[in-house]
Design a protein. Structure first.
Ligand code: NAD
Length: 319
């Protein structure tokens, strides 16, 4: 495993992080008997960064991760979130995030987390996120209930705009820098660089499109994105390269990202992800991926409030 410093603080984070949404059965039901073995396999592979949310399985992922992580809690950097509690259940108020964070701590069996993030800010009123939610998180930081605070979401431009308006220790963006997209770099990457925020990249498999397995029913990607992902998977199979490993490898090539969060549902997927650290893709494979993706990179889907869609935040910014 390789470790990189989290922002200015010096906490060494594994470049591959454990995304715990599968523990909430987000991608299909997984047996709770495997939790400890799965988390232990991640720790054995050198992973020390764990990311969860009360939204994943409506508390189930936090409960399962909290129990599985208990013996190793002090060795791990534990992140959870607030503000999103269900598909359509949002509460970005100061009172709401403060009160419901206590439930997260209880489920996680700990008295503090390392990172508390606002979950999916594109579903909130940006003025409330900046003027009320982030100040509430700052209070929790001052109280020692979280060591760091951050924001997460789908739109990189919106995240950059928010960071400009209120400093945070980290920003988490997903599905905008991997084999199928690279537009995180238009505005978010340079803004994090300039303002000293750690950049966390999530969903290297584009929320499972590059897994080669069944796609989750709720997956919002349009048909063309699914087709391109499927072509990449087939290309990898023909070349005898693990597509999960290649997908994670691609994300590890980003020079500014601290850690890439992978949603691993079994021990094989932990091994497959961690093999990316030493992968040397066969000559020519990446050029073939480029040919597949020509003209099809960065195809978005609508997400969040109308006023928070990406185009509002990238005006005048060229590539
Ligand atoms: P992902 O791209 O990591 O894909 C996960 C899916 O791919 C699962 O079905 C998993 O079983 C499968 N998979 C994983 N490794 C595989 C491998 N090697 N081979 C084949 N299949 C494999 O998507 P994700 O889980 O959405 O993202 C990772 C994590 O990032 C999440 O668990 C979460 O912690 C975080 N995240 C946060 C936000 C947010 O805060 N807004 C959004 C997305 C993701």
């Amino acid at each position: 495993m390789i470790y990189k410093k989290f922002g200015h603080t010096g906490d060494p984070l594994s470049v591959i992080g454990f995304g715990a949404s599968p523990l909430g059965n987000v991608f299909g039901s997984i047996s709770s008997e495997f939790d400890r073995g799965l988390v232990a396999a991640a720790i054995e592979s050198g992973i020390n960064f764990f990311d969860v949310s009360p939204y994943y399985g409506l508390g189930l992922a936090e409960e399962r991760l909290g129990a599985a992580l208990q013996p190793d809690r002090d060795q791990c950097f534990l992140a959870t979130k607030c503000g999103r509690y269900g598909v359509d259940d949002f509460d970005f108020s100061a009172a709401g995030v403060t009160r419901r964070f206590e439930d997260s701590l209880r489920r996680l069996r700990t008295d503090h987390v390392d990172l508390l993030q606002i979950h999916d800010i594109e579903f909130g009123d940006l003025n409330q996120v900046v003027g009320e939610t982030l100040p509430a998180l700052t209070v929790l930081k001052e109280q020692g209930k979280t060591r760091f605070i951050g924001i997460t979401g789908y739109w990189p431009g919106l995240l950059a705009e928010t960071l400009e308006r209120h400093p945070t220790d980290s920003v988490l963006n997903y599905c905008h820098w991997n084999l199928l997209a690279d537009d995180m770099d238009i505005r978010l990457t340079p803004t994090c660089e300039r303002l000293g925020a750690a950049l966390i990249n999530a969903s290297p498999l584009h929320m499972g499109l590059l897994s080669g397995g069944p796609i989750a029913e709720w997956h919002p990607a349009p048909a063309i994105v699914r087709e391109k992902a499927s072509e990449i998977v087939k290309l990898c199979v023909r070349n005898d390269v693990d597509h999960g490993t290649l997908a994670v490898w691609k994300c590890l090539q980003h020079p500014r990202v601290t850690s890439t969060l992978v949603g691993m549902a079994n021990v094989e997927q932990v091994k497959s992800a961690c093999a990316a650290v030493a992968l040397q893709p066969p000559t020519g494979l990446l050029s073939e991926v480029e040919v597949i993706m020509h003209g099809a990179l960065n195809i978005w889907w609508p997400q969040g409030r109308a006023e928070n869609q990406e185009c509002s935040f990238n005006e005048g910014i060229g590539r």
